[in-house]
Design a protein around this ligand. Structure first.
Ligand SMILES: C[S@@+](CC[C@H](N)C(=O)[O-])C[C@H]1O[C@@H](n2cnc3c(N)ncnc32)[C@H](O)[C@@H]1O
Length: 219
């Protein structure tokens, strides 16, 4: 039984649409370019939000299936997809029960979503299932800080943060979770980025690439 069968955060959805467009101007757009550069083939994006990644997919991407459960965000993503140069299909669905066949994608893209899903392990297991052996995971996420003091601060913030941030946790060790799901991390860059100055707890970020091993490599 999926942990999230329905996701509805209308207030957060409106707020996110505003904060995110401000963040794009502050440098988030460059982070998205770094995440998606060189990608090709069929891609599944999980928790697509308003579709801020859509304009950053390279032409070599043949199709993007963009899964978004929140109705208002999905509507905005749909409108954004209509302007995209790459073929993008926006669909309803949740991360821990992806509407896709095993191994049917060349790449999976979680960006700023593994903080918000109810069951991070289940979401990553689904991405592992639908990405073909040898395929990629391209990720951009805010994560637990390496500094133990900062991570303690993030854990304290997480007492209330998910309640005001559409389920968003600040202290998740997402890189470890990606590896625990079976992906092999090939490249990761840690950096600080503060999209909203009052929300310092989300500033530690990672961007990178992981791969689902092939059968020969022991997946
Ligand atoms: C912070 S927004 C990020 C949106 C977008 N990926 C981006 O990079 O701007 C988090 C997104 O995760 C979605 N989300 C939350 N729970 C989810 C779930 N269980 N499955 C899929 N998406 C989910 C939310 O609806 C929202 O669109």
């Amino acid at each position: 039984m999926p942990a999230d069968t329905k996701v509805s955060h209308p207030v957060f959805a409106r707020l996110y649409a505003r904060i995110a467009s401000e963040a794009e101007r502050k440098g988030a757009a460059e982070n998205r370019d770094e995440m998606l550069g060189g990608l090709e083939g069929r891609v599944i994006e999980v928790g697509a939000g308003t579709g801020l990644n859509f304009g950053h997919y390279p032409h070599e991407v043949t199709e993007v299936v963009a899964v978004e459960p929140e109705p208002l965000l999905r509507k905005m993503a749909d409108e954004e997809a209509a302007h995209s140069q790459v073929s993008i299909k926006v669909v309803d669905g949740v991360a821990d029960a992806l509407p896709a066949e095993d191994g049917s994608f060349d790449a999976g893209v979680p960006s700023l979503v593994l903080c918000s899903v109810a069951d991070q392990g289940a979401a990553l297991a689904e991405l592992f299932r639908v990405v073909r052996p040898g395929g990629e995971l391209r990720f951009l996420e805010h994560v637990r800080a390496e500094s133990r003091a900062f991570a303690r601060f993030q854990r304290a913030v997480d007492v209330f943060h998910p309640l005001i941030g559409g389920g968003c946790h600040t202290s998740r060790d997402t890189l470890a979770a990606i590896e625990a799901a079976g992906f092999v991390v090939e490249r990761v860059r840690r950096f600080r980025f503060t999209p909203c100055f009052v929300d310092q707890a989300v500033s530690p970020h990672i961007v990178g690439t992981a791969r689902r091993p092939t059968a020969q490599e022991g997946s």
